[in-house]
Ligand binder design. Structure first.
Ligand code: CA
Length: 231
């Protein structure tokens, strides 16, 4: 079953935007299509969206800046950047600006739809209590992470990644498993996304641990394999 949701499509190209919108609407989603950054940010101020598709090349504002502002307005919204740039530096800039995932143009509609489906499925609340790893509590149903008494505010994909690592706390989880389970079922592309998200988690843990006055949760890098969240 395809989960349906309110989506925000930000694309100035009429042809691309139109076909993306039609295809997402055909999947049952409600789609708000903005052709300008200003219009998109106005929509994000007014309504809540589960996922945003964001074209990097917009006429009125740099796409990375749009991602930053969108992220501030809607912390839980999954942001998928649509980029014509294949340069890895740009991908990293995009992820650091707040994007959760990216698709490089040209892409097939079927690929985009599968990616949207995968993101929305993982966003659906699970019926389980919080997973505890030391002072760290990861609550899947509430999509909330606490360290001691302090709330750790995470972006959508950071939370998903932490949830996966916490489910196997104390065990090694391979890069392939993390990429395929947290990002896409059939992932075989670059995995820089993963490292950027792990770095973000470490940063947020360090900040929260300082405030909560509890030991910092540790994510160990396993060279040539993956990561392990220490118990
Ligand atoms: Ca464009």
């Amino acid at each position: 079953m395809t989960p349906v949701a309110d989506l925000l499509l930000i694309e100035d190209d009429e042809t691309i935007g139109g076909s993306l919108r039609d295809s997402l609407v055909a999947d049952g989603h409600q789609v708000r299509w903005a052709t300008r950054a200003a219009e998109a940010l106005e929509a994000a101020r007014a309504d809540r969206y589960a996922l945003a598709l964001l074209d990097v090349g917009l006429p009125d504002l740099d796409g990375f800046e749009v991602a930053r502002r969108l992220r501030d307005l809607q912390p839980a919204c999954v942001i998928v950047m649509l980029t014509a740039r294949t340069d890895e530096v740009d991908v990293v800039v995009g992820l650091e600006a707040g994007a959760d995932d990216y698709l490089t143009k040209p892409f097939r509609l079927s690929e985009l739809r599968a990616r949207v489906r995968a993101h929305l499925r993982r966003g659906a609340p699970a019926q389980v209590g919080p997973t505890l790893v030391g002072a760290l509590a990861v609550d899947l149903a509430a999509r909330r992470c606490r360290l001691g008494e302090v709330d750790v505010v995470l972006r959508a994909k950071e939370f998903d990644l932490l949830a996966r690592l916490a489910a196997s706390a104390g065990e090694a989880v391979s890069r392939h498993t993390l990429m395929s389970e947290v990002w896409d079922e059939n992932w075989y592309g670059p995995t820089k996304t993963l490292d950027v998200h792990v770095a973000a988690l470490r940063r947020r843990f360090a900040e929260a641990a300082a405030v909560a006055a509890v030991p910092e949760p540790r994510i160990t890098t396993l060279r040539g394999h993956g990561y392990r969240l220490e118990r």
